[in-house]
Design a protein around this ligand. Structure first.
Ligand code: FES
Length: 240
C-alpha cells in the first residue's frame, strides 16, 4: 500500500504521494525545467485554492507540482492550473528549491485578504528529446458532430480547449456541459480527434484517461496546438 501523508490547513488540501503518482512524470523521477520548454502560467488565486500538491523528489528541497485540482477551489475555476504543473513561485518567491513543508508554510502564511500570486510551469521529463517550440499562427479545420465544418485561427502553444471554446465550439455533450472539470484534466469529457503533422504524442496521463480510444484522440484541455490540423469534435470511440 502506498505510504500516504495528508494535511489540511486553511482549506488548502495538500497531498504527498510517496508512491508512484498518476501524473506524469512519476513521483521521485528526476525532472528538469528547461528554458526552451518551460511554459509559465501566472495566476492570481484567492483561498481556498483547491490544489493538491506533491513533492517532485520526496524529502528533498526540489519543489512541488500539482497532483490534483479539486472541485470547490479557485484553481479549478480559473482553468489555468493543471495536474503536473510545477509551482515556480509564490507571491514572487522562488519555490523550485524549497521543500514541501516550507512551501506549505508559505501557503498557510499567505494572507486570506488578497489573492495569492502563483507561477506554474509545465515540467519536462529529462528523458524527453528536446523539441524546438513552434511559433506563429496556424489554422485548425474543425469537424463538428453534425457534419458542419469551420476554420479557427490559433497560435502554436495555445491550449486546444481554449481555442475551441473561444470559437464557440460545443466540445461537451449531455450532462458534461454542466459537470465538466473546466479544463483540469479530470473529467475526460473534452475528447477531440487531432490529425496534424508534428503534434506531440499524448502523455501517459492522457492515454490513461483515454483508454480504449485511438492515439489520435486527445483531451483538448491537455493538448497544446502545434501547427495546422484537422480537429474532430466529440469523435466516435472507434473513429481513428
Ligand atoms: S475538461 Fe475535463 S478532462 Fe478536459
Amino acid at each position: 500500500m502506498a505510504l500516504f501523508r495528508a494535511r489540511v490547513a486553511l482549506a488548502l488540501l495538500v497531498t504527498v504521494l510517496h508512491a508512484q503518482a498518476f501524473v506524469v512524470p512519476r513521483a521521485g523521477q528526476r525532472v528538469v525545467l528547461r528554458p526552451w520548454a518551460a511554459k509559465v502560467v501566472d495566476v492570481s488565486l484567492p483561498k481556498p485554492l483547491g490544489i493538491a500538491l506533491e513533492e517532485l523528489q520526496p524529502g528533498k528541497p526540489a519543489g512541488v507540482r500539482v497532483q490534483e485540482v479539486r472541485e470547490g477551489g479557485s484553481a479549478i475555476k480559473s482553468g489555468d492550473v493543471l495536474p503536473g504543473m510545477v509551482l515556480v513561485s509564490l507571491n514572487g518567491i522562488d519555490c523550485t528549491t524549497k521543500d514541501f513543508d516550507t512551501i506549505m508554510d508559505m501557503l498557510i502564511g499567505a494572507t486570506d485578504s488578497q489573492p495569492i500570486q502563483l507561477s506554474f510551469s509545465l515540467e519536462v521529463d529529462d528523458e524527453q528529446i528536446p523539441q524546438p517550440i513552434k511559433t506563429g499562427p496556424c489554422e485548425l479545420h474543425v469537424l463538428l458532430p453534425k457534419g458542419e465544418t469551420m476554420v479557427l485561427k490559433a497560435r502554436n502553444g495555445d491550449n486546444l480547449r481554449k481555442v475551441l471554446m473561444a470559437g464557440k465550439v460545443s466540445i461537451y455533450e449531455g450532462l458534461a456541459v454542466m459537470t465538466n472539470c473546466n479544463g483540469a484534466g479530470q473529467c475526460g469529457t473534452c475528447v477531440t480527434k487531432v490529425v496534424g503533422q508534428g503534434w506531440s504524442p499524448r502523455s501517459d496521463y492522457e492515454a490513461n484517461k483515454l483508454k480504449g480510444r485511438p492515439q489520435s484522440h486527445r483531451l483538448a484541455c491537455q493538448t497544446l496546438v502545434e501547427g495546422d490540423a484537422v480537429i474532430t469534435v466529440r469523435p466516435a470511440k472507434n473513429d481513428s
